[in-house]
Design a protein around this ligand. Structure first.
Ligand SMILES: Cc1ncc(COP(=O)(O)O)c(C=O)c1O
Length: 378
């Protein structure tokens, strides 16, 4: 028998009570019953995104809301700054280009944080910039961005700040209103403990004003239409009813634990994971600002990173992620995201030790577990 453990940075495991909720018979969405559920779901989302503004829900993966944040606020020919610290920052830039928006790409070495003062300088030199696109947790490198500092910089200008919090939400703190984030984007399949299929975006008053002048083509992802519907706890199109009923349960679990407690739990899991892998002599990839959502680790020399990830999945049953693009085969990424507790970290470290030993890497067996346990006990 083999037991499967999903420890990649999305999709993440779904709690049994949420699965049970989703197994109930489907019901119609143009009903008071659906509006009641969706209304409560939306209130939970506001607590988790830390906003008083509406949160829109689209039936798409997270990238749908990334696209919506662009096509609803900007027009072809507009200029935007995009912070690119990995694959997902790059995605914002690619979507902008697809709609004829010119971008100032701030390309960072993967695993290093952006300097908010650099963005301040760019905004000063380019007063026509309409939006700054950032990523809370850049999942491809495991780094977390200082969104608060970016909010201070961008909030002083006419530009809007858009933050992709798809993997960071519920793990790394994001205070949408307090930090002056105009649009925070989320996805269901990460910290929110749901299957893939829902995308979210918050909308500030500043963003809403820009929406009235946006000339990008749009139909399905029309945010003004969705904003009007959400006022009545409704959606313009058929919603993903099952994901929303399950979602209400999942968000209830998060809100009952308390969003700040949930973030603190992720911080503890992340710390123990980092301490554990370092006890094996492994190096962290995003040393300067590691996210609470996942830990990216450099694959030791002489070990085949692709084989490592494949072996731990196929032989042990633990799905972690390898590196993407320029770090393919060079890092592995372990998530401690969503429905994840102390003992999940110990399972992951134990699997990592087993496979490293098999691949000939030298270390004292059990050292990562001992270090992580110690970290948990402190
Ligand atoms: C930070 C970040 N942004 C965007 C995405 C893309 O989301 P999706 O695959 O749900 O479209 C992901 C998915 O891994 C992500 O981690």
């Amino acid at each position: 028998m083999k037991k499967e453990y999903l420890m990649a940075p999305g999709p993440t495991p779904v709690p049994p009570e949420v699965l049970l909720e989703m197994s109930k018979p489907i019901f119609h969405h143009r009903t008071p019953r659906f509006r009641q559920v969706f209304g409560e779901f939306n209130e939970f989302l506001k607590i988790i995104f830390k906003t008083q503004n509406p949160v829109l829900t689209f039936a798409s993966s997270g990238s749908g809301a990334m696209e919506a944040s662009i096509i609803n606020t900007l027009s072809p020919g507009d200029k935007a700054i995009v912070i690119i610290g990995g694959k997902f920052g790059e995605r914002f830039s690619l979507i902008c280009k697809a709609y004829g928006i010119s971008t100032i790409d701030v390309e960072l070495e993967w695993g290093t944080p952006v300097d908010p003062q650099h963005i301040a300088g760019l905004l000063k030199d380019n007063p026509d910039v309409k939006a700054v696109f950032s990523t809370l947790c850049e999942t491809s490198s495991g780094i977390v961005t200082d969104i608060k500092a970016l909010g201070e910089v961008v909030g002083r200008t006419d530009a809007i700040l858009v933050t992709d919090a798809i993997s960071g939400l519920g793990a790394d703190d994001i205070r949408t209103d307090e930090w002056a984030v105009d649009i925070t984007v989320g996805g269901s399949q990460k910290g929110l403990m749901l299957p893939p299929g829902l995308a979210f975006m918050t909308v500030s008053e500043k963003a809403k004003k820009m929406m009235r002048n946006s000339k990008c083509p749009k139909f399905y992802f029309n945010a003004l239409k969705a904003l009007k519907s959400v006022e009545g706890s409704d959606t313009p199109w058929t919603p993903a009813i099952t994901l929303i009923t399950g979602g209400k349960k999942a968000l209830d679990i998060i809100v009952s634990e308390g969003i700040d407690n949930v973030i603190a739990r992720h911080a503890r899991l992340a710390n123990a994971t980092r301490v554990g892998v370092q006890a094996l002599g492994l190096e962290l990839f995003a040393l300067a600002a590691p996210s609470n959502a996942l830990t990216a680790v450099k694959v030791p020399e002489n070990i085949d990173g692709l084989q490592f990830v494949k072996k731990i999945r196929d032989e042990i049953g633990i799905t972690i992620a390898g590196g993407q693009a320029q770090v393919k085969g060079k890092i592995f990424r372990v998530a401690h995201l969503g429905y994840s507790v102390t003992y999940d970290v110990l399972i992951a470290l134990s699997g990592i030790e087993t496979v490293l030993k098999e691949l000939g890497y030298d270390f004292k067996a059990g050292s990562s577990l001992q270090a992580a346990q110690q970290a948990f006990l402190q």
